[in-house]
Write a protein that binds this ligand. Structure first.
Ligand code: CMP
Length: 139
């Protein structure tokens, strides 16, 4: 079924002017960008977004990184959208990412890994709602 997922183009990618290059990979994979906005994430927004990782040793570093430069938040839509985007992103650690994936092509490290994508349909809904209202999403 057609499904929505939430995506973030992260600071390492916006810093290197890769928004368009990443969007081209997304669109080539058949996903449609149905909402998109460039923002400077606040510390509170980053802490809320990554709340599930609060107890992880890398949490502070993650929040600092995500607030270090602008990000592009997006809603993507396509057949099996959540899984389809995870396939296009590649493994979290770019060293493990398959050829042709966004992280293989562009990511620098496990932290500076260029993109985020929701890990389930349930989380996609929650994540989308943190950054977009229904009227901002035009499918
Ligand atoms: P993301 O999909 O945005 O969700 C959580 C993020 O935590 C993940 O991508 C990585 O960028 C980051 N992350 C995971 N493991 C580590 C780690 N060991 N060190 C730093 N960042 C990490």
């Amino acid at each position: 079924a057609v499904q929505r997922t939430f995506s973030i183009i992260k600071p390492d990618a916006t810093n290197r002017n890769l928004t368009g290059a990443i969007n081209a990979v997304i669109e080539k994979a058949g996903l449609r960008i149905i909402a998109q906005r460039r923002i400077q994430m606040s510390q509170a927004q980053a802490e809320e977004f990554y709340g599930v990782h609060k107890e992880r040793p890398f949490f502070g570093e993650l929040v600092e990184f995500m607030t270090s430069a602008p990000v592009v938040v997006q809603v993507l839509e396509g057949e099996n959208g959540v899984a389809a985007y995870r396939d296009v992103m590649g493994a979290t650690n770019p060293a493990d990412a398959a050829d042709g994936t966004i992280r293989k092509l562009f990511a620098l490290s496990i932290g500076e890994n260029s993109v985020h994508g929701s890990d389930s349909a349930e989380n996609a809904e929650i994540e989308i709602a943190q950054f977009f209202t229904a009227d901002q999403i035009v499918g």
